[in-house]
Design a protein around this ligand. Structure first.
Ligand SMILES: C[S@@+](CC[C@H](N)C(=O)[O-])C[C@H]1O[C@@H](n2cnc3c(N)ncnc32)[C@H](O)[C@@H]1O
Length: 382
């Protein structure tokens, strides 16, 4: 994210970037245009942005041109093949598996409406399109990957929309205002550890899912027996400055069921297996967990748990922060999920995956092929 903000500063999005030269009339004709300099600069930034948005973007079509371009040489989150053999340098090693991408293959996306949260350059939206989604909405806090996302649309002939949503809180209301509030499949990956309040994010996203829809929730977790969230005090979990909380696996399992999301499949990678310049490994066992959930009409309490249903009925936060009326009014989808998890990883009372028990059986140590990683190649269909 530091890189992100750096990047958006470079491009003037945060107000500190280079300002295009004002038209010469403004410079010379002081009598006619007595505007103060800060106002003039602000106007120039606004005009530059309007011009950028209105002008059709063009991208290099030859390897020579692309290899020399700022687009190719710039900072990339994903490694993306833009022309045959020309792959941008993403921030992850090719051996780092992208778990939600792998799990998404089990969802039958044909004819579905999909939402991706925190899309960066748009790898997930592209594979959603390629897997046959009817409509795909990419989102991010700011439009910091605008040009790179446009490049993915162009080189992958992918058609998806983008909406800038600011901080991800209250997403239901934000998307409802723009008329996009109902999705068969939602991908929420790599975001919950970046926010002050992971439950508030889930509360805002939950009403956007159709009844019986699928949500893939992926985040960093600590692996122990507790129902806790661990804070990244003094960067103890990760040096990255926008990283706050790792949920414990059992807390994530519980919160999902509380919000009427039944875990039906999962994949896990231990941070110890990630070979990266970023320091992930600490004195606690931690990793990245990706969970496929099926939307249900009721909270999913375990046999001995009498608290969950009472809380769901009587808690002010539960009623006030999640728009359950919208959830209940959503259409029912029948989006299929093809993988079936081993029976002994399911709880006998809830029928949902016991995430803690499933970890060891559902662990991936490294990506065996680039299409399982944070690498997008032109031939990839998923
Ligand atoms: C680690 S990247 C994950 C990208 C992608 N979802 C994936 O799983 O590969 C985090 C994404 O969340 C966005 N993001 C980070 N912090 C955020 C925040 N506090 N509010 C909203 N979006 C945030 C970033 O812009 C970026 O798109």
């Amino acid at each position: 994210m530091k890189r992100l903000l750096g990047e958006c500063r470079d491009r003037g999005l945060c107000g500190g970037g280079k300002v295009s030269r004002p038209p010469s009339r403004l410079k010379t004709d002081h009598g006619a245009y007595s505007v103060s300099l800060p106002f003039q600069s602000a106007m120039n930034i606004i005009l530059k942005r309007i011009r950028q948005r209105l002008s059709p973007q063009s991208f290099p079509d030859t390897a020579e041109e692309l290899a020399k371009s700022d687009l190719f040489a710039g900072w990339w989150y994903y490694s993306v093949e833009l022309l045959p053999g020309l792959i941008t340098k993403g921030q992850y090693p090719d051996s780092f598996p992208m778990l939600p991408r792998i799990l998404l293959r089990n969802c039958d996306l044909r004819g579905t409406t999909c939402l991706d949260l925190g899309s960066m350059e748009g790898l997930m939206p592209v594979v959603m399109c390629r897997q046959g989604a009817k409509a795909v909405l990419a989102t991010d806090a700011i439009d910091h990957c605008r040009q790179k996302m446009a490049a993915l649309r162009y080189y992958y002939k992918a058609s998806f929309e983008f909406q800038q949503v600011g901080l991800m809180y209250d997403l239901n209301n934000k998307l409802r205002k723009s008329g996009r509030s109902s999705f068969d499949i939602i991908n929420l990956s790599g975001l919950l550890y970046h926010v002050f309040s992971p439950l508030m994010i889930l509360a805002g996203v939950r009403p956007l899912l159709k009844r019986n829809g699928l949500m893939i929730v992926s985040t960093n977790v600590v692996v122990d027996d507790s129902f806790t969230m661990q804070f990244n005090n003094a960067g103890s979990l990760q040096e990255e400055v926008n990283t706050f909380w790792y949920l414990s696996v059992r807390a994530l399992d519980y919160v999902l069921r509380y919000l009427k999301l039944a875990p039906i499949d999962c994949l896990y990678i231990s941070h110890r297996d990630i070979k990266s310049s970023v320091r992930y490994v600490t004195d606690v066992e931690s990793g990245y967990l990706s969970v496929v959930c099926r939307a249900k009409d009721d909270p999913i309490a375990s046999r001995e748990d009498t608290w969950m249903l009472k809380s769901a009925q009587h808690s002010w936060e539960y009623a006030g922060l999640v728009d359950w009326d919208s959830c209940n009014q959503q259409a029912v989808t029948h989006v299929p999920y093809s993988a079936t998890i081993e029976k002994n990883l399911l709880r006998d009372d809830t029928g949902t995956v016991d995430l803690l028990r499933a970890l060891s059986r559902r662990t991936i140590h490294q990506a065996e092929r680039s299409s399982d990683a944070h690498v997008l190649r032109l031939a990839d269909i998923s």
